[in-house]
Each structure stands twice: as C-alpha cells, then as structure tokens.
Write a protein that binds this ligand. Structure first.
Ligand code: FES
Length: 97
C-alpha cells in the first residue's frame, strides 16, 4: 500500500499522484473511495468532476462513473475506471496500488 494523502486534506474530492498514477479520492458520508482520475473516454480529470452521491461526472464530456466500483454509468465513456482499496491509518489514506 502507498500513502496517498492525509485524511484531513480530503473534504469531498482530492487529486493525488501515487507512484506516477493520477488518482481521485472521494469522501462520501465519511467513507473514502479511490479511483483512477483519468476518464476512460479521453483522460479528463475525474478528481475535478462534480460529485453527486456516489456518481462523479467527468468535467470534459460528461461521462458518469460510480466511484464505489469504477463502473461507467453514462457515456460517452464505454469502459469503467479502476477502483482501488484504501485503508486509513494514523490520519493517512493508504491506497492499494
Ligand atoms: S474525457 Fe471524460 S467524458 Fe470525455
């Protein structure tokens, strides 16, 4: 597991780079989720997307993904994105990458 961020720095969503990978962290009702930040359509930054419950909308062309599992909910993206297991320890968020 790799340290990705401090829990206190994650309000609703956060862009992080872990081992050269652009990841998105989301906090929903106190629970933390991590996915790839690059949209599977054309690499738009999902960590900057609008979050509505567990759905993030890509800021570039509006694809929607479920941040709890990375599945695509609405195109133009066809494929889902990778989601990662996380662990909180000592005030830090660790990502299984
Ligand atoms: S890059 Fe995300 S919808 Fe196109």
């Amino acid at each position: 597991m790799e340290k990705a961020a401090k829990v206190k720095d994650l309000k609703e969503k956060l862009c992080v780079t872990v081992k050269g990978n652009s990841l998105a962290l989301f906090k929903i009702k106190g629970k933390i989720y991590c996915t790839d930040s690059k949209c599977s359509h054309a690499s738009g930054p999902l960590c900057e997307g609008k979050l509505d419950k567990t759905t993030v909308t890509c800021p570039w062309h509006g694809s929607e993904f479920d941040v709890t599992n990375g599945k695509v909910k609405h195109g133009p993206a066809v494929n889902g994105i990778k989601s990662y297991n996380i662990k909180v320890k000592g005030g830090d968020i660790w990502v299984d990458i």
